[in-house]
Design a protein around this ligand. Sequence first.
Ligand SMILES: Cc1cc2nc3c(=O)[nH]c(=O)nc-3n(C[C@H](O)[C@H](O)[C@H](O)COP(=O)(O)O)c2cc1C
Length: 224
Amino acid sequence: MKGQHAEGRRPVVLGISGSERAGGNTDLALAHAGALVELRDAEFRTVALRDHRISPCSPCGDCNYRADPCALPDAMPQIVEEMKRADGIIYATPVHGFGLAHLMQIFIERAGVGFLRFERPLANKVGGIIVTGRRYSEASVHNQLVDNLLLNRMILVGSGFPALLRSTSREPALTDTEGLEAVERMVHRMLDMILLLRRHEDVTGEAVLPLDDRNERVVRERTH
Ligand SMILES: Cc1cc2nc3c(=O)[nH]c(=O)nc-3n(C[C@H](O)[C@H](O)[C@H](O)COP(=O)(O)O)c2cc1C
């Protein structure tokens, strides 16, 4: 029956919130996505970046020469482990100053340059994006996150219009019905894809796309 999974085989979707405002529009949107995930008998986990100590990139500047992950002592390794455990990851962020809100910006800089590029552990996970804003530059923030997911070799599933949620009210509210429909379609298509990938792996014993787990830093050092 659709939506029921064998014990220990429930798909896991991780929502990462880049909003400083607990219970704000971004959290509401992510909670809505999470409720839909759970309706499909999958597990929904969240990481609110504001609850973790994440250092901005420091002036060490040795990222291009290191062959191992960033050594700044903060919550990044723990969050990266949480991402590795998930089958699907949704980045949810507000627009601030026509760009990514700073928590998400700092996070994707540290995650990508400091950790993920060494082994690309998110390869073949299914990605999703939710952007909340008033109406200015949500599309460019969305595009930035698309580039980031693709950089990490994740799989993006077309589901119609991007999940951009607009709100102009002072109090947090999910009033953008068109945006909510886009979130719903995105979540269902993500889960459909996660299950398809699983079926493929169960039948063939192989990942649907080959996992290239070269440490890009080491390869680069050898070839340049
Ligand atoms: C500092 C700041 C800057 C913002 N800049 C923009 C912007 O450039 N474009 C936009 O559409 N909305 C902007 N907004 C509105 C937020 O993106 C919007 O209210 C969002 O839904 C807030 O999410 P939250 O409730 O999770 O904080 C800004 C809000 C703040 C607080």
